[in-house]
Unconditional design. Structure first.
Length: 190
């Protein structure tokens, strides 16, 4: 019995080491920004312009590195899980970013900015615009979290129907994701 147990233990150990190696590879994707920081409040530049808000509505500069082998495109999402909707609030969904791109300049998410790579597609946010829509939490609602995430995808292009919902886009992104990296920034209106 002991040799079988020892063999089983070795197989388990090798399997666990393999999983650790895979998770280490996936964890190598890193997102950074000169405009937003993990756990820090965003500036007025990233506040929405409209809906009672009067910010700059400028998407933050984002750059990423360490994409895993097999990455064929990227997607960027910005999501507020604290919005009082029952389902959060999608501020930005940008898909079909070519694998050769590793940075978005500040303002790239504006309508007709001319700063996005050919083929990149912005999906309607929850404001109803195919662009970045800044933070605009209700006054007095407390601090909201804004999750900016880069997704390394295994496909060059997500095939999406015209007018795809944010939920469908999120599903397609997650179904094809090889790795992700997130910066969670904060915002509040008193």
């Amino acid at each position: 019995m002991k040799p079988l147990l020892a063999t089983s233990s070795r197989v388990l150990l090798i399997s666990l080491l393999g999983l650790i190696s895979l998770s280490t590879l996936a964890a190598s994707l890193t997102l950074s920004s000169t405009d937003i920081k993990e756990g820090a409040f965003m500036s007025k530049a990233q506040e929405f312009k409209g809906f009672g808000c009067d910010g700059g509505d400028i998407s933050p500069q984002l750059s990423w590195s360490g994409a895993p082998q097999g990455t064929k495109s990227f997607a960027i999402t910005a999501y507020d899980p604290d919005a009082p909707t029952g389902s959060g609030w999608w501020h930005w969904q940008l898909v079909n970013i070519p694998a050769t791109v590793s940075e978005l300049k500040a303002g790239a998410g504006s309508l007709n900015s001319g700063l996005l790579a050919k083929g990149a597609l912005q999906i309607n946010n929850d404001y109803g615009q195919a662009s970045f829509g800044g933070a605009c939490p209700p006054p007095g609602h407390g601090v909201h979290r804004y999750r900016f995430t880069v997704h390394a995808l295994s496909v060059e292009k997500l095939e999406l129907p015209e007018g795809a919902s944010s939920a469908l886009v999120g599903y397609m992104i997650n179904a094809n994701a090889l790795a992700t990296s997130t910066i969670e920034a904060l915002y509040e209106r008193k």
